[in-house]
Design a protein around this ligand. Sequence first.
Ligand code: NAD
Length: 499
Amino acid sequence: MQQLSHYVNGAHVTGSSGRMADVFNPATGEVQAQVPLASKAEVDAAVEIAAAAQPAWGAVNPQRRARVMMKFVDLLNRDMDKLAEALSREHGKTVPDAKGDVQRGLEVVEYCIAAPQMLKGEFTDSAGPGIDMYSMRQPLGVTAGITPFNFPAMIPMWMFAPAIVCGNAFILKPSERDPSVPLMLAELMEEAGLPKGILQVVNGDKESVDALLDNPIVQSIGFVGSTPIAEYIYGRGCSNGKRVQCFGGAKNHMIIMPDADMDQAADALVGAGYGAAGERCMAISVAVPVGDETADRLIEKLVPRIEKLKVGPYTAGDEVDYGPVVTAAAKANIHRLVETGVEQGAELVVDGRNFSLQGYEDGFFVGPHLFDKVTKDMDIYKTEIFGPVLSTVRAQSYEEAIGLAMDHEYGNGTAIFTRDGDTARDFANRINIGMVGINVPIPVPLAYHTFGGWKKSVFGDLNQHGPDAFKFYTRTKTVTSRWPSGLKEGGEFHFKQMD
Ligand code: NAD
């Protein structure tokens, strides 16, 4: 069986904690590797290495740091097939989807090549007699990130690329469910010219996360994952004086107005609801058709599309629409929630409960489910299911539909399908959700905009990637200077306007 490692100080290091976790192939259900779970002492040792390496890297000029990113982009493209295969094998998503995972990370790396521009400070000439004032953005030092299983390439890159191009060292604690791709990324960064110790991967669970949260050398923590853990990490990280940004769970609503193109809306819902087995934080998990007539038309269009979905292993290639979910526990949780939906009175229009795939009976496959007549009080509406389960909540008016999305505790993404510009504009302006699609089901902003939700989908002030990332990974210093010719004789005792 494959034994995975940590990546510390430029080398693969076997763990010394004695604790390991199984890494599954979700398509077959087999344990294909074991990953070490780092102890506090192992995390602290990696932090020391990062702290020793960072000052020299921080002193490298931004253009040279950006060149490492340029080379890294080339290497990602060179190894795209290899990365995607490793990703699909541990995560279960299809190969085209795995390539998308790498690609959306790569685009943030490309954006980071603009570091010399983004890190330029501000300058005020002659702020007073002989006085100049300038501000600069400096790295924080040692930074760290904790990432979820569902985008094992993209989300680590969203964090470490901006952190590193800003001159920081970065410690990545990826998900223990699919750690291979993060390890490969760290190797590629060094092949691209990154010095040892600047990007390290420490595998682990709560123990290693807590070690990062409590280590006083670590200046910032980025987290993406479920809301309860996000809230915990935000609280503990902030109380330890760190800069923290945490991105949590989601329950994304798509509103379908009576005037929408119903074929387009149904196609969009199938892709956004069932793609990647529903394991995307931007998946649509709630469809809100406005009016019973719209709902009936929508369901009529959805059912045959959902019944045609092909569920299978990534090795089956382009034939497959989505693969297994990540673990047996995830599968059991989805089935449990589906049962709850039936018990609480929702109408199960497409029933995937008895889905089984010949030859892959032990895989973690979940058939597609469609619920109709879901109501606000049901568990399947309140909870993030994170599986191929779409719930339809019928609203009688646009106001009721927008109200539903606004009242939900999560606020990651949302979408409206309509042909009416006034409604779309009103929706975009009023909705209290961070990422909004108008006739676009998964409105993930591109690298040069920022990504982030509202409400319980986020804890912290700044978003991921785009200009916010350069703010998160630097601190501002402002210098006021006066040279001898500008000095008056005698001291000055009052805090006054510069004249
Ligand atoms: P998770 O919260 O279980 O795990 C995320 C990370 O936290 C992992 O690295 C894990 O090892 C660590 N962790 C788990 N339990 C911990 C604990 N008790 N203490 C400290 N650390 C702990 O999330 P997941 O199942 O890997 O990912 C799915 C979740 O991530 C979903 O809720 C999804 O919506 C969310 N997500 C959000 C975004 C976003 O941008 N908002 C993006 C992707 C995924």
